[in-house]
Design a protein around this ligand. Structure first.
Ligand code: GMT
Length: 394
């Protein structure tokens, strides 16, 4: 097989704000730049996917509502669209990000197609598909089945690999391919952004970017920030991937109204990251924490809980500070030490940027996916198309 042949790859991910969708989209964009033909298949256009870009196509999954269904079904229409796109464009690979329900739909799509039209299925686990849904008896067995049927399973950290075997009981091979990030250059200056946010030169800008789901423990984060001695020294900027309304009450009751600035629907997160002095993450678990990595690339050190895959991303006392899970006192202490010491912030931030570029840049990680795809294609059986037929491809 000529390694130079561009591949035709279908990508399915959640289009909404979230690490798995971001990684899947960036992967597709990078692969398209390298000459591969990328087909995104989802119910909406992923939020970071450019409207017009060479080698990038978007296929919308249409969902009808039927009176009989109490709950709308996405898995079947997704699998049909995956099969249709695979057939029409002769896809080599269907790469699904987040197992539920994408991996199951991909396996189903594969089964619907004649053998010579079947793309290889690559399933990338991102986190809660294992840690949360994998532990749910209503999902676990279906996830296990989809992983067993996938041609390759990857995970975004060693932690997630181990957890997938432990929680789901998957005994097959899992390849760890770390997340990467290559955000564009900021379009606004640092001072312009800080001015917009109302942050004075002598104030430390703490940033937190997440979907604020319970696992992020935003309640703890607010408590840790509220315990900081001098309220005049910092502002907390929250880049909210979900509605912030439920937290307004807590912000108020902790007396943080003047310290918290919220931005929703942010598309150019790089503008905010470059302006930040430190990042704060208090999750109960994280398979990787892409937001920490995105900050690192803008010389932003972090204070975070020492959970899941985070210690694979952050080197404690070198590129950030790790504290025990759910320990508000330790979080506040670590924050205090960075707020008071600009030299330490710079040291950790600069080291973070160097380390992030060395270990988590697209140039390093994309070839790992490409190699994986090519190894699968090489194994693909060359079958006689006359032997098989399917209504999907007629
Ligand atoms: O953290 C979330 O709620 C979003 C979730 C997702 O699927 O988008 O993030 C997961 O995938 C990211 C990209 O691989 C990881 O950086 C996050 O750590 C992971 N979240 C969890 O494990 C809780």
């Amino acid at each position: 097989m000529d390694k130079k042949r561009p591949l035709r790859i279908g990508i399915t991910c959640y289009p909404t704000v979230g690490g798995s969708g971001v990684v899947a989209t960036e992967l597709g964009i990078e692969l398209a730049k390298r000459g591969h033909e990328m087909h995104f298949i989802s119910y909406d256009r992923p939020f970071r996917l450019p409207e017009q870009a060479k080698n990038i196509y978007f296929h919308k999954v249409h969902i009808n509502s039927y009176g009989l269904f109490k709950y709308p079904d996405y898995t079947l229409p997704l699998s049909v669209e995956m099969a249709k796109v695979s057939c029409k464009y002769n896809l080599d690979i269907l790469h699904v990000h987040y197992a539920v329900p994408h991996a199951t739909a991909a396996i189903l799509a594969q089964c619907m197609l004649p053998e010579d039209k079947q793309p290889k299925v690559v399933t990338t686990l991102h986190g809660t598909d294992t840690t949360l849904l994998g532990a749910d008896p209503g999902y676990g067995p279906a996830i296990l089945h989809a992983l067993q049927q996938s041609d390759v399973v990857t995970a975004v950290s060693e932690f997630l690999k181990t957890e997938t075997a432990r929680v789901i009981g998957f005994k097959g091979d899992i390849r760890v391919i770390y997340n990467f990030s290559d955000l564009p250059k900021p379009t606004r200056s640092k001072s312009e952004v800080r001015q917009e946010l109302g942050i004075k030169d002598d104030e430390v800008m703490i940033i937190h970017a997440s979907n604020l789901r319970p696992v992020k423990r935003f309640d703890l984060l607010l408590k840790a920030v509220a315990a900081l001695k001098d309220r005049k020294k910092f502002k907390l900027v929250v880049i909210a991937g979900n509605d912030f309304t439920p937290f307004h009450k807590d912000v108020q009751s902790l007396g943080l109204t003047d310290n918290v600035v919220v931005r929703e629907n942010v598309l150019q997160i790089e503008n905010y990251l470059q302006a930040a002095d430190l990042a704060l993450y208090t999750s109960d678990t994280e398979s990787f924490c892409l937001s920490i990595l995105e900050g690192m690339l803008f010389n932003c050190p972090s204070v975070s809980t020492n959970v899941g895959g985070i210690p694979e991303v952050v080197k404690n006392n070198e590129t950030g500070l790790l504290v025990p899970k759910a320990d508000v006192e330790a979080l506040t202490k670590a924050l205090e030490s960075l707020i008071q010491d600009s030299k330490l912030r710079k040291e950790l931030g600069d080291a973070a940027a160097i380390d992030a570029r060395a270990r988590f840049s697209a140039n390093i990680l994309i070839p790992q996916y490409e190699d994986l795809y090519y190894s699968l294609i090489e194994k693909k059986l060359v079958t006689d198309s006359a032997l098989s037929s399917s209504s999907m491809c007629s």
